[in-house]
Design a protein around this ligand. Structure first.
Ligand code: KE4
Length: 431
């Protein structure tokens, strides 16, 4: 049982100066209870907290650390940039061309790309671009999906919004909310109904092609292709939000895994290698509407800065050079099978959803295919499970509605340790 004295002290102090003591709500342990753990150091698959406790990290900074934290090639590249280049100029730099060209080579839908500083900026910009390009106002998202905290998305949103039970946020105007329609994930008829009721008014359909903010929910076979066909038919811009699943489930993201090409793609997390980077891109015909070439405005002081791009570029180069995906799949299968064995031994039929190295153990026996089935999960049991895993040195997302991420740095011994801890934590969560 880790002693969390310093974390508790820091949290009390933080709450004086920072709303809820955190700079992002899902970190506050609200849905699992207890004190957020203050981390002091990350290395590979491990985190060390301010009290000196060590944890196996399955959050990976919420997705960026597919290669583990502080990868030697990435830290060396950052040291070089710091010593020989600089952190930011606010001018064009060569690295911007290098990462744009590389992204266009890797991701099937990209003919042009704009770098930004977060996933939220990427999705906000992509939706504005789709509205500018089509001249239409409405968008369709999917209940439980999370696309960052842009106003248009905080209607029946996932991730922290769902975790805190606030999927619809105050402060979003009625006008904005009216332009956001929510369909049901994996239910193409629910999409067709909305499109039919709003003929010629839908600018974009935005989807996480692997939903990772309602726990993990894979798209059913044929669902993404049906969305593609509907958008083509109706002149709707199809946006794949690959901020989380991009470069995670495959080098080319979910669009390359499933062979469905969107019109626009939003990216983040992994392409920042742990520094703030986002991006949006897609068809040249659409991207040419982005200022200063086009008339759809989008901008960012630190977009394309050398320090963040260094981390992102090095991450992408390692992913290309070392192709970690088969090994990540092998490890993810070991963990999934180990958890399944434990569930069987304990007579539990909880649901595990997984795509590649992102997965979720739902505390429900209902197959989880959309928001309404995800919320059948018993969050109290999950909370007990979370704390038992934490007490055993396993750091998971402090929410039932988030993903578990395996990194290239997790060893087979780490996985065995996690499987043993999972058994104990399932017992502790109460059968
Ligand atoms: P950011 O603005 O947080 O960089 O990205 C927003 C975003 C957009 N799209 C998808 C699919 C995302 O998963 C995210 C952010 N993911 C959450 C974790 N589920 C970030 C964690 C947090 O909010 O602290």
């Amino acid at each position: 049982m880790p002693q969390l004295t310093k974390s508790a002290e820091l949290f009390e102090k933080a709450k004086k100066f920072i709303p809820g003591g955190v700079n992002s709500p899902v970190r506050a342990f609200k849905s699992v209870g207890g004190t957020p753990v203050y981390m002091a150091k990350g290395s590979g698959a491990y985190l060390t907290d301010v009290d000196g406790n060590s944890y196996l990290d399955y959050v990976g900074s919420w997705g960026p650390f597919i290669l583990g934290s502080m990868h030697p090639r990435i830290t060396a590249a950052l040291e070089y940039t710091l010593k020989n280049i600089g952190t930011s100029f606010g001018t064009p730099i060569e690295m911007e061309i290098e990462i744009a060209e590389l992204l266009c080579k890797i991701v099937p839908s990209l003919e042009m790309v704009r770098m930004v500083n977060s996933g939220t900026e990427a999705t906000m910009s992509a939706v504005r671009l789709a509205r500018g390009y089509t001249g239409r106002d409405k968008i369709i998202k999917f209940e439980g999906c999370y696309h960052g905290h842009g106003d248009s998305f905080l209607i029946k949103a996932g991730s922290g919004a769902l975790t805190l039970g606030a999927p619809d946020s105050p402060g979003v105007t009625k006008g904005t909310a009216m332009d956001t329609l929510n369909a049901t994930y994996n239910d193409i008829d629910s999409v067709k109904l909305l499109v039919g009721e709003n003929k010629g008014q839908i600018a974009a359909i935005i989807i996480e092609p692997v939903a990772g903010n309602t726990g993990v929910i894979p798209a059913k076979p044929g669902f993404l292709a049906a969305l593609r066909e509907l958008c083509t038919q109706e002149g709707i811009v199809l946006i794949f939000d690959e901020v989380m699943c991009g470069f995670r489930v495959a080098l080319g993201g979910a669009q390359s895994l499933y062979g469905v090409t969107p019109d626009l793609t939003t990216m983040g997390k992994i392409i920042g290698g742990g520094l703030p980077v986002g991006a949006f891109g897609g068809k040249r015909e659409i991207m040419e509407r982005v200022a200063p070439l086009g008339d759809v405005y989008q901008a960012g002081t630190l977009s394309g800065n050398p320090l963040a791009l260094t981390a992102g570029l090095e991450t992408l180069k390692i992913l290309i050079d070392e192709n970690p995906y088969p090994e990540l799949e092998r490890k993810a299968v070991i963990l999934e099978a180990g958890f399944s064995d434990n569930l069987k031994k304990l007579g539990l039929n909880y649901v595990q959803n997984r795509v590649g190295s992102m997965s979720c153990l739902f505390f429900t026996e209902t197959p989880v295919v959309d928001y309404s089935t995800a919320v059948t999960a018993d969050t109290k049991k999950h909370g007990k499970y979370f704390h038992s895993m934490l007490d055993q040195g396993i750091y998971l997302a402090p929410s039932q509605f988030e993903a578990m991420f395996i990194s290239f740095m997790h060893t087979d011994e780490d996985l065995e340790k996690t499987i043993k801890a999972n058994y104990n934590a399932l017992v502790a969560s109460g059968k």
